[in-house]
Design a protein around this ligand. Sequence first.
Ligand code: PHE
Length: 357
Amino acid sequence: MDLKQLETQLSVLHEDTIKAIVAAGSLDALRHLESGVLGKTGTLGALLGTIKEYPPAERGKVGQTLNRAKTEMTKAFKEAEARIKAGAAAAESSKAATYDPSLPGRRLPLGTFHPVTIVQMQVEEVFRRLGFLVETGPEMETEHYNFEALNIPKLHPARDMQDTFWMTNGMLLRTHTSPVQVRAMERHGPPLRVIAPGRCFRYETIDASHENTFFQVEGLMIDRHISIANLIAMMKLLLREVFGRDLKVRLRPGYFPFVEPGFELDMSCLICDGDGCATCKRSGWIEVLPCGMVHPNVLRSGNIDPDEYTGFAFGLGLTRLAMMKFGVADIRGLNGGDLRSLVPASRLTGPTVSAKG
Ligand code: PHE
């Protein structure tokens, strides 16, 4: 075979080989094909073995031609191999991404509000309906609003009733929500209906029923001719809404410098309905909220004329209320952040929040 014939044969072989490479669907098929062409006994391999049969003058040219063909085909096999490997990897990953749309969805765990927040929202809702404003005051207060404006001057023994966290800047962490009474009077003037929920702080040793951080809702209603009857009616309404049934209430005298007269309001025990049990210490009553008629000095602090206006105020212990409503026995569970004591209690009746908000 002369050089011309060799070249023709090689170009046919090249064309056939490329076609076969394209048709090869697997690495095995490709390798089989490769050894059939490039192997020692393969079509091209055998041709390479014929170089020495050519006259010495032509050998160089023949060798070049054959080697060029070998290089081209080797390259074509390499490329095909890479293509097949990439295709196999893509098939593998798309298999992993397929999913079954008929499978049941995974349940998202729902969050829930804190028990105190639930009760706070309920109380706010009741009072908003009655036309009360909802105000907040600062948690870091001045001595003026926390004590003096509330008829508790310096050195007054009543300051000992509320152990106070004093700040190095001369301010304090409010010991109750009552400072918002005077702030609201100053801001809005009479007549006035306002509640003020919020966090309070006392320098207490913590145990099952005492916390250094707790929540109250202050209530204040000021107008002409406000009487104790208004106070009682409002408190009964509040307790009915929060506990979902009518409860008996009673007033006992109570002392707070910023109310006169001052009361402790008790409600009939939820557990025994007033018959007497361990929870109410056999009395049939549970102490829920201190209250009273706003002291004339406090009205004056808020620039309101006590000869023209009267009002009542109450300080509802939100934390206590949440404990009673959800049956939380230890107050430490509420601030502890342990979901085992928070979630089951509030999930029973509380609204839940979904991931959508
Ligand atoms: N501020 C009082 C306390 O925390 C409660 C209270 C509020 C009493 C309003 C009477 C009227 O102890």
